[in-house]
Design a protein around this ligand. Structure first.
Ligand SMILES: [Zn+2]
Length: 79
């Protein structure tokens, strides 16, 4: 029983990490403050500013590289 509870706790922790990215994705406000479509990572202008390889990386799944791609893109756009 103890083991099961601990495993569930780890699962919840991972879920909360992803919640931020999930919220960003489903939001209709881009990180720059402009309107964006829910399910898109960024507004058209931010997305267009990204180099092609970064745009491509944003199509990865959550938990499969998306988080790092999103962070890199935000860093790129704000630097
Ligand atoms: Zn934007």
């Amino acid at each position: 029983m103890k083991k099961v509870r601990r495993l569930e706790g780890e699962k919840v922790g991972r879920k909360e990490d992803r919640l931020f990215y999930l919220k960003e994705l489903s939001s209709n406000e881009c990180q720059c403050g402009r309107h964006k479509s829910p399910r898109n990572s960024f507004c058209f202008r931010c997305y267009s500013d990204l180099p092609p390889h970064m745009q491509k990386e944003l199509w990865q799944m959550l938990g499969d590289g998306y988080e790092a791609a999103y962070d890199a893109a935000v860093h790129y756009l704000n630097s």
